[in-house]
Design a protein around this ligand. Structure first.
Ligand code: 8X3
Length: 263
């Protein structure tokens, strides 16, 4: 009979991409507290070091940090080659690295921004996933949690490539489920709506005022809300797979389809 104790599954080794971002930090704190070994790739070693320190003195040797540029295949491959033996049995991968750049209509967008989003949100994610699956398939266990977005479900003006990149993440997650039947490897796409983070600061390239206006006079979700959802999915008994989990602030909802009218 299946183990029906919820929150009974404890991953031992967790790889989290984008660990120094607001979501990443929240995930790190939860899984470190659970006693997991964390594998933390990133471009800024000082930030990774600070994150590692914030996880607590006694936890220092439990985590592995290393340079990795998620937009670069070679860098990801080198990072994987350098994972110390003690950390190699990855139980849980959280594909969290991702970003939005710009909110201009497609016809005015910067092509470099589009490429960067595709490189990080999609190319990096599939490369990290493929390399991790090499380990998980041998162990016949594991869980891949992708951080998608409501933007992958509902397009909005100016969302163009960001929306498309998150639709890719959703469909890739579901297609992985199809391929991984019989392997005992779980796949989950967590799809948050509005969450107050540095997301809008990055999207608007440092324009603080514009970023703050996104979250003004409302109650968005918090990184902790998203972390709770991730932890819930990750700690379910292993017979239980959450395919997709869409979450939004109560204050956020759907708009009508737009209609162009003749004058
Ligand atoms: C972030 C949600 O609506 O700002 O992924 O695109 S949204």
């Amino acid at each position: 009979m299946a183990d029906s104790t919820y929150n009974s599954h404890k991953p031992k080794t967790v790889l989290i991409t984008g660990p120094t971002g607001d979501f990443g930090k929240a995930f790190c704190h939860h899984f470190a507290k659970m006693g997991c070994h964390l594998i933390l790739p990133g471009r800024d070693i000082d930030k990774l070091q600070a994150l590692q320190d914030s996880l607590g003195e006694t936890h220092k040797n439990r985590h592995h940090i290393g340079f990795c540029d998620i937009s670069d295949r070679e860098s990801i491959e080198l990072f994987f080659q350098d994972i110390p033996e003690k950390f190699q049995q990855i139980d849980l991968l959280i594909n969290n690295a991702g970003l939005a750049l710009g909110l201009d209509p497609a016809q005015d967008c910067n092509l470099d921004d589009w490429e960067t989003m595709i490189d990080v949100n999609n190319k990096g994610l599939v490369i990290v996933t493929r390399l991790t699956l090499e380990i998980m398939k041998m162990r016949k266990s594991g869980h891949i949690i992708n951080i998608g977005s409501t933007a992958g479900n509902y397009p909005y003006p100016g969302g163009n490539v960001y929306c498309a990149s998150k639709a890719f993440v959703k469909q890739f997650s579901l297609a992985l489920r199809a391929d991984l039947g019989g392997t005992n490897i779980r796949v989950t796409n967590i799809e948050p709506g509005m969450v107050e983070t540095q997301f809008s600061r990055v999207r608007f390239k440092g324009d603080k005022k514009r970023a703050e206006s996104v979250y003004a006079n409302t109650t968005p979700l918090t990184p902790e809300d998203v972390a709770q959802s991730v932890v819930w999915a990750a700690t379910l008994p292993t017979h239980f797979n959450v395919n997709r989990l869409e979450i939004m602030p109560t204050a956020q909802s759907f708009g009508p389809l737009s209609v162009e009218r003749h004058s």
